[in-house]
Ligand binder design. Structure first.
Ligand SMILES: [Zn+2]
Length: 164
């Protein structure tokens, strides 16, 4: 009887491991893949925490939060253009907010990290975590609020991005 219990327990443990590993392999299906050590070497501590560990920067901490110059916001890890300044708005949340992404360059998944389903946003090229998508954005445009960590973005002013 004891043996059966142990076996059942082992099965449960292995199951947990199995699903954890599945989550990891999902990240490898992006066009740019690097080992965690490679990312760690390339990114700052804060960039690594947000982009690779799905962390969140402190509200109002990003210099990009109040930036409204014309330009394009690129992925801080792989330089893929993700958001345009014309879609940026002041949400008052303390994080750079956009009502629309550059289509095809942002990937969406669902996470349950805080107990309910949220749409998580990733760079579609390197899989880097960007932030979350909410449905309380400006009604006049898309109604969407892309709540993005400024540390995951790199701002490129318009005169440098004429060919985009
Ligand atoms: Zn990227």
């Amino acid at each position: 009887m004891k043996k059966i219990l142990l076996f059942a327990l082992a099965a449960i443990l292995f199951n947990c491991n199995g699903s954890a590993q599945k989550k990891e392999t999902k990240k490898d299906s992006f066009p740019i893949t690097k080992t965690e050590a490679e990312w760690k070497a390339e990114l700052t501590k804060m960039e690594y925490y947000v982009l690779r560990e799905a962390g969140t920067e402190r509200a109002f901490s990003s210099p990009l939060n109040k930036k409204y110059e014309k330009g394009v916001y690129h992925c801080a890890a792989c330089d893929t253009p993700l958001f345009k300044s014309e879609h940026k708005f002041d949400s008052g949340t303390g994080w750079p907010s956009f009502d629309k992404e550059i289509e095809g360059n942002v990937a969406f998944t669902t996470d349950y990290e805080i107990g309910y389903a949220r749409t998580e946003e990733h760079c579609a090229t390197c899989g880097g975590h960007l932030g979350h998508l909410f449905n309380d954005g400006p009604k006049a445009t898309t109604g969407k609020r892309h709540c993005i960590n400024g540390v995951a973005l790199k701002f490129v002013p318009e005169n440098n991005t004429k060919d985009e």
